[in-house]
Ligand binder design. Structure first.
Ligand code: AGP
Length: 586
């Protein structure tokens, strides 16, 4: 998975490409590169962050790339853009070319010389093979030969145009005045234009400064509509916060309010199903696990939750099940593959995503958008709580439409959701206390997060956040399971973060806390009950909520704890090692 940008117009391509790449850096940061046309094609590319890319050429037509390595180690030679043999054509690619070995062998026999270990380089040579002075023609021919997933942008030194193709990797067009843009994501060009056209799978676009034309892979022209994007570039920038992650944690009250309001305006939330299957990865999977508790409680129907990467090993089952796919980016390859499988098995499908027009929306019957705004930090925060909001709302509306909830019960539940932004706002006021706890625990090698019931997935999420950005080994456990093995790992001063909501899990959680305290663990209790203070080393007293809403406040504490711990350790919080924001490989 990578970020790509193409620009044609009147501005300095160097400036546009570098700024855009910075905004795409969340998609991968193993290497960065640009190609700019100025009589010839000038290329600069380098392993590492965009800031390390230095060059002094410029022009008004160019392409850029920021890479998350799949084929070929992160080295200068594997950085994009790639050129053909003559240096007349340059391409950038996001995705995986599945038949690249076969194509490469054929092209080598034709005399092409390759310089990288990547699958992507084959595209430049394939276009060259078909090139007869007409980039558009050669591009169409080359695309037809590719198998796999791709967003490709190509330029030639001989023609003032950009060609772009999309299949299973995102690509959006930014429409300007006497300038046009093509990129993996809207923030890349939002500073210059808010007029956007989302490309669909199987589409090719041709851009000059004065027009953008769209075609299917067979060359038939397609008409597409321009959409106006309402969010500003400030929404996608740090607004004075030290990290995107912290900004996004603090944006949660607003993101939750805006998600709820966009949901309340919908009148198409009628459902009829006998079971639910939820499929997702990482943090979105944890939202799915919370969703299981919510849906089973309100609808009294069985819910299964799968990791998307495991769902493929499930036999095809058409079981009157509604299959829900949760993915903030809408681009996670495993989740998209699972959605395709569920649909092929005859299930009704629903996606919950934060990105309008993202790939997952092409493969499902219905979409619920969270309205959290762009999330740049690799660690998902505001999109997670927005997903919880969407699941709460979905369960209430489904319960109502299926006759499982009375109108007045549904109304009471919806009213309780309106208080969530305030609960989260009040939890953010605990930042100072949470930071002090991070100071106490940040040098530890291991940590445990424990909870029961619908907060058990929050314990998993707390551990994931801690691992992901602080690199400390952290385990999330159902508190009742400790004595079945992990208790052997509890030793003096090991931090145990225990979530103790005032619900049916309360008494049992206190017993589990006693078990770890007896082994001299350092216990941080997260609870709205003052009483919990008697059993723990430190109590982080969160706002009291309706029992089903405690995950919203508890997860905010764990997000801040992970953030401060990672900061004290000097980690790259927004871009943790080995990770990328959207994982478009299976
Ligand atoms: C969360 O902090 C992680 N970065 C990761 O687990 C993420 O939630 C996962 O990759 C799924 O992404 P998606 O929601 O975009 O599908």
């Amino acid at each position: 998975m990578c970020g790509i940008i193409g620009y044609i117009g009147f501005r300095s391509a160097k400036e546009v490409l570098l700024k855009s790449l910075k905004r795409l850096e969340y998609r991968g940061y193993d290497s960065a590169g640009v190609a700019i046309v100025d009589g010839k094609i000038n290329v600069a590319k380098k392993k590492g962050y965009i800031d390390s890319l230095e060059f002094d050429f410029d022009g008004t037509l160019g392409i850029g790339h920021t890479r998350w390595a799949t084929h070929g180690v992160p080295e200068d030679r594997n950085a994009h853009p790639f050129l053909d043999c003559k240096g007349e054509i340059a391409i950038v690619h996001n995705g995986i070319i599945e038949n690249y070995m076969e194509l490469k062998e054929k092209l080598i026999k034709e005399g092409h010389k390759f310089k990288s270990d990547t699958d992507s380089e084959v595209i430049a040579h394939l276009i060259e093979e078909h090139y007869n002075g007409n980039l558009k023609e050669a591009f169409f021919k080359a695309i037809k030969e590719l198998k796999g997933s791709f967003a490709i942008v190509a330029i030639s030194k001989n023609e003032r145009k950009i060609m772009a193709a999309k299949k299973d990797s995102p690509l959006v067009i930014g429409v300007g005045d006497h300038e046009n843009f093509v990129a993996s994501d809207i923030p890349a060009f939002l500073e210059y234009t808010n007029r956007v056209i989302v490309m669909r799978d199987g589409e090719i676009s041709e851009l000059t400064e004065d027009f953008v034309h769209f075609y299917d892979f067979n060359g038939n022209e397609i008409n597409k509509e321009v959409q106006i994007v309402e969010w500003s570039i400030e929404d996608a920038e740090k607004s004075g916060y030290e990290h995107f992650m912290l900004k996004e944690i603090y944006e949660q009250p607003f993101a939750l309010d805006s998600t709820l309001h966009s949901l309340l305006s919908r009148n198409d939330m009628n459902f009829d199903f006998g079971r639910v299957t939820i499929v997702a990865c990482g943090t979105s999977y944890h939202a799915g696990l919370v969703g299981k508790y919510i849906i089973e409680e309100l609808l009294r129907i069985p819910v299964e939750v799968y990791y998307a990467s495991e769902y493929r090993y499930r036999p095809n089952v058409a079981d009157n099940s509604l299959a829900i796919f949760i993915t903030q980016s809408g681009e996670t390859a495993d989740t998209i593959a699972a959605a395709r499988k569920a649909k092929a098995s005859g299930n009704e499908t629903l996606a919950i995503t934060n990105v309008v027009g993202s790939s997952i929306t092409n493969y499902v019957d219905k979409v619920i958008y969270t309205n959290a705004g762009p999330e740049i930090g690799v660690a998902a925060t505001k999109t997670f709580t927005a997903q919880l909001m969407a699941l709460e709302y979905f369960a209430i509306k489904a319960g109502e439409s299926m006759g499982k909830l009375s109108a007045s019960h549904a109304r009471d539940l919806l009213n309780s959701l309106r208080k969530v932004p305030m609960y989260v706002e009040n939890t953010l006021n605990l930042n100072g206390i949470i930071k002090k706890e991070a100071e106490k625990i940040h040098k530890r090698k291991d940590m445990f997060f424990i909870a029961r019931g619908m907060n058990y997935p929050i314990a998993l999420e707390g551990a994931l956040k801690m691992k992901e950005i602080s690199y400390i080994h952290a385990e999330g456990y159902p508190a009742g399971e400790l004595k079945h093995g992990p208790l052997a790992l509890i030793e003096e001063d090991i931090p145990v973060i225990a979530l103790v909501p005032e619900d049916i899990t309360y008494d049992k959680m206190l017993s589990n806390i006693k078990e770890v305290s007896a082994r001299n663990a350092y216990v941080i209790g997260v609870s709205s009950s003052e009483d919990v203070g008697k059993y723990v080393d430190t109590l982080i007293k969160v706002p009291s909520t309706e029992p089903h809403l405690s995950p919203f406040v508890n997860v905010v504490v764990l997000q801040l704890l992970a953030y401060h711990t990672a900061k004290l350790l000097g980690r790259e919080i927004d871009k943790p090692r080995n990770l990328a924001k959207s994982v478009t490989v299976e």
